[in-house]
Design a binder for this molecule. Sequence first.
Ligand SMILES: NC(=O)c1ccc[n+]([C@@H]2O[C@H](COP(=O)([O-])OP(=O)(O)OC[C@H]3O[C@@H](n4cnc5c(N)ncnc54)[C@H](OP(=O)(O)O)[C@@H]3O)[C@@H](O)[C@H]2O)c1
Length: 303
Amino acid sequence: MKILITGSNGLLAQKIISLAIKDKIDIIATSKGIDRSNNLNISYYRYFSLDITSEDQVRFAINKFSPDVVINTAAMTNVDLCEEMKEECDKINTNAVGFLANACLSINAHLIHISTDFIFDGENGPYSEDDSSNPLSYYGFSKLNSEILLKNHNVKSSILRTIILFGVGNNLSRNNIILWAKESLEKGQKLSIIDDHYRAPTFAEDLAAACLFAAKEKVYGVFNVSGKDIMSIYDMVVSVAEFFNLNTKMIERSHSSKLNQLAKRPIKTGFVLDKAINDLNYRPHSFLESLEIIKNQLTNKQI
Ligand SMILES: NC(=O)c1ccc[n+]([C@@H]2O[C@H](COP(=O)([O-])OP(=O)(O)OC[C@H]3O[C@@H](n4cnc5c(N)ncnc54)[C@H](OP(=O)(O)O)[C@@H]3O)[C@@H](O)[C@H]2O)c1
């Protein structure tokens, strides 16, 4: 089996690649710039530079490698930047998905695409796959448009929606809240964390396993795939502090109205996971089990 993955320098892609390499799946890793992974000397792994916003590059790469499955993890993931740079956001998060879908259809490949809880307005979380969408931010709107595009396309596709990804990666271009909180508290910094927004943080390894299952078993459709523990952002950070024996007194409660963020965020998301559990064999770790794995990875420098 051959998988081409986009955004391979990102957190989720790194986890999918590690699992796929263990399974001896032929991986073509692609990202916009140079390869920032440590995989270059590994068999089954090849790197190819690919900007998914170029229709020509997408068509060329997919024809050249002829993968069975394409997993699109590349995205403009900074929610406030998407609000500020709407055209750029459309190009990466929506239009490029159309290029990938066309190219996959032309070689009969399966396309797996990643979407977000931000397609919902947060009034009625946790959400099932069939609940009504109503994005509050341009990021959410662009991802919803990518879902609509795929639903109206003849390509064989799976959409896995997720929520706050966390985990340890190599040379990531952005941090995630768990590692950020841990690192900031270790430096003795005071943190002001909102307690009025609720999420189900997702361990990147768990989502990666679900993506790979969908790829191997060719499971099509929309799936909500997140962690199983829904908690406030404040409780998330306090749990991290307690787990790593850091000073919880450095964490003060705040409110979203104080943040002045450009993009609006949903108050409470979280997902109903039944479909993923049944159809994708999804078995998420609890939040604390994930922290235990991260602690071991950091101690043993195994990412
Ligand atoms: N992270 C979350 O909390 C979260 C929550 C919900 C949904 N998601 C979705 O989950 C997916 C994976 O997220 P992630 O956190 O793993 O993302 P990430 O770490 O931000 O990685 C995204 C990758 O996409 C690459 N990329 C950006 N523009 C590109 C382009 N034009 N062509 C090719 N590659 C490009 C980036 O390259 P550089 O590193 O070189 O910039 C980056 O490596 C995304 O679709 C995201 O929208 C994430």
